[in-house]
Design a binder for this molecule. Structure first.
Ligand code: TTP
Ligand code: CA
Length: 367
């Protein structure tokens, strides 16, 4: 590691790197015939599949990730559809993470196509973080033949927001001290953890921008966002001390829900389990993961929590496959007069992950 020479101030230098249209860019790279054309990677129309990734040429037609494939093809009938090749995406991801790790050992992958790098120790008087980021982009382009968008900032949350602003092939630098100027005009949903529902709620009370949200006081944040309130308040100011976490390894994906009313109705319970399976399948697909163990969590009306699980010979990833196993596990718990108040579905045992520890995800919870 290089030594730091005469650093003027004590702040961190964080880079967030994110592939542009990851799956479709890999497909275009490997087949020159479809380069520059509208390309969709995802499930089939017949199988009621959704778009996993849309090339930027396809986005001009209004196509977005998670849209049903049938709708996407109505918007752009001449789009070229490809099925996912996870093995290739994983291989690209590993190759790029290795390049990142040649630059700094402090690399935190978030999913197959995103990572944070802490380059504080690589900065020198003549080699500032924006140059490190520029060189990083050039290396990926020449060695992997793909483009990434990067954000450079003093914290993870600001770097992540920055990398998204000038996609594709963007390089956005937020200089130390200019965080508020950068963040305040942006809409609140740019902040991590502010999903569509929270955005709507904030908009309904007249809060549109991060600047407007930042005016509220500590007690308002804790009242409205609970224990995450303070984290969010500080993020509005561009303050985020979370370190780049090399060791964060996600070992399972799950989704659970507390029922509005305890029930033993098989139809209702089956529907909930199917929906939870869908949530889990979506997370697995967007992270290029699959697992062999499907787990069903149940909490009865007398608050007894237990799990039932099945380990398969082949990994599953699709919602339909997960639901099939989870519904089978559920079937054995029905008809014994027990009512349930909570259900959960999870998938774990990522063989790939156990081998190389590459796929990691962080979620801001509690919203
Ligand atoms: P994203 O980074 O959200 O999307 P992207 O890389 O295709 O496009 P960009 O970052 O330029 O906006 O997701 C990364 C990959 O994860 C994406 O290529 C495919 C997969 N994915 C899904 O399978 N389902 C989804 O709903 C999403 C959002 C992504
Ligand atoms: Ca991406």
């Amino acid at each position: 590691m290089k030594t730091r020479v005469g650093k003027p101030q004590e702040y961190k230098a964080i880079i967030h790197a994110d592939f542009d249209a990851f799956y479709t860019s890999v497909e275009q790279r490997d087949d020159p015939y479809i380069a520059g054309k509208p390309v969709l990677v995802g499930g089939s129309v017949e199988g009621r599949g959704v778009v996993a990734s849309a090339s930027y040429e396809a986005r001009k037609f209004g196509i977005r990730s998670a849209m049903p494939m049938s709708r996407a093809l109505r918007l752009c009938p001449h789009a070229i559809r490809r099925t996912s090749r996870f093995d290739v995406y994983r291989q690209v991801s590993r190759q790029v993470l290795n390049i990142f790790r040649e630059i700094t050992p402090l690399v935190e992958p978030l999913s197959l196509d995103e990572a944070y790098l802490d380059v504080t120790d690589q900065e020198t008087r003549t080699y500032a973080p924006p140059f490190i980021a520029r060189d990083l982009k050039r290396r990926i382009e020449s060695e992997v033949d793909l483009t990434i968008s990067v954000g450079v900032a003093t914290s993870k949350s600001v770097a992540k927001i920055a990398s998204d602003l000038e996609k594709p092939n963007g390089l956005t630098v937020v200089r130390p001290g200019s965080e508020s100027r950068f963040l305040f005009p942006l809409p609140v949903e740019r902040l991590w953890g502010i999903g569509p529902k929270t955005r709507q709620k904030l908009n309904s009370i007249g809060i549109e921008t991060i600047g407007e949200l930042s005016k509220y006081r500590e007690d308002w944040f804790s009242k409205n966002f609970g224990s995450n309130g303070e984290l969010l308040r500080l993020m509005c100011q561009g303050i985020d001390d979370r370190p780049v976490n090399v060791a964060r390894i996600r070992k399972s994906y799950s989704s659970e829900t507390t029922l509005t009313e305890d029930t033993d109705d098989p139809g209702t319970l089956r529907e909930i389990v199917s929906r939870l399976s869908q949530d889990v399948g979506r997370s697995l697909i967007s992270n290029g993961m699959s697992g062999k163990t499907v787990r069903l969590k149940l909490r009865s009306s007398d608050f007894i929590t237990y799990t039932r699980q099945k380990t398969l010979t082949e990994s599953v990833q699709l919602s339909s496959e997960i639901a099939e196993v989870a519904l089978d596990l559920l079937k054995r718990e029905l008809g014994v007069g027990e009512k349930f108040r909570l259900l959960g579905v999870g998938v774990s045992r990522f063989d790939l992950l156990e081998n190389d520890g590459d796929v990691i995800q962080f979620r801001l919870s509690g919203f």
